[in-house]
Ligand binder design. Structure first.
Ligand SMILES: C[S@@+](CC[C@H](N)C(=O)[O-])C[C@H]1O[C@@H](n2cnc3c(N)ncnc32)[C@H](O)[C@@H]1O
Length: 232
């Protein structure tokens, strides 16, 4: 079988990418778009905005760190929501194996966001791998082209989207060291979301000072994990 990435249709009609080397899709086969909207947009960004003690729109942007930037679908949907709500967005992705612009262009994700956002993202994507770029007037994006454990930053973020390949395919992304490395970048009061939930993950996140919640999962999964970092 070829090792080339393949575009694959999921159950809600949206596309994902299949990585034959990993043996796994970038998104749920039950629906890439609905997974991204449910887990990251609604259970992450929307939840944070509703629960935040700070009222938006504000001068300070909402900051998001994503582990596993991939196609940028979570970024695009988040940026689109922020533009609609008049909120500034400061987004950092971590991606060890960045996709080419051409591959991202084949996803068809332009149909889910404004034409202007898509055009800006398309124009700036390669530069975002080298440093911070502006996407429109209200959004900044940078993608750290490295392995999660090699990512270092003095910053903490309001929200973390943890979107690694499943634990059965990439267990090293879900062990205590990887989770601790990630959670150090979450602000007190910040929200961590991921599409999966396991006993080990719950214990690891709790031990790092977070309040853990089993939230309803995206189609195909009963539950997902959401955690809020407590003030110490
Ligand atoms: C489930 S996919 C993420 C899908 C992505 N959020 C999207 O919407 O397209 C997992 C991603 O993690 C990346 N990845 C794999 N190992 C990594 C590592 N050690 N550090 C950072 N990213 C990694 C993969 O290349 C892939 O893009």
């Amino acid at each position: 079988m070829s090792n080339e990435l393949q575009i694959v249709k999921t159950a809600d009609g949206s596309n994902t990418i299949f990585n034959p080397q990993v043996g796994e899709n970038y998104h749920s086969k039950h629906g890439a778009l609905q997974e991204s909207k449910h887990v990251f947009l609604n259970s992450g960004l929307q939840y944070f905005l509703e629960s935040a003690s700070v009222k938006f729109p504000i001068e300070t942007p909402v900051s998001i760190l994503e582990v596993g930037f991939g196609t940028g679908l979570n970024f695009l949907l988040s940026a689109d929501m922020c533009v609609e709500k008049g909120i500034r967005l400061d987004y950092t992705g971590i991606e060890a194996y960045p996709l080419t612009k051409e591959m991202i262009g084949q996803t068809g994700y332009e149909q889910y966001v404004s034409a202007e956002l898509w055009q800006q993202f398309n124009a700036k994507y390669p530069d975002a791998l080298k440093g911070e770029v502006n996407i429109g007037a209200n959004c900044q994006l940078q993608i750290a082209d490295r392995q999660l454990l090699n990512f270092q930053s003095p910053r903490q973020y309001d929200i973390i989207y943890f979107d690694a390949f499943a634990v059965s395919y990439q267990p090293e992304m879900w062990n205590e060291a990887a989770i601790a490395h990630t959670i150090q970048y979450l602000k007190p009061g910040g929200v961590f979301v991921t599409y999966a939930i396991t006993g080990n993950l719950k214990r690891a996140v709790k031990a790092l000072g977070c309040k853990v919640e089993k939230a309803p999962g995206a189609p195909g999964k009963r539950e997902m994990l959401r955690a809020v970092k407590q003030n110490r």
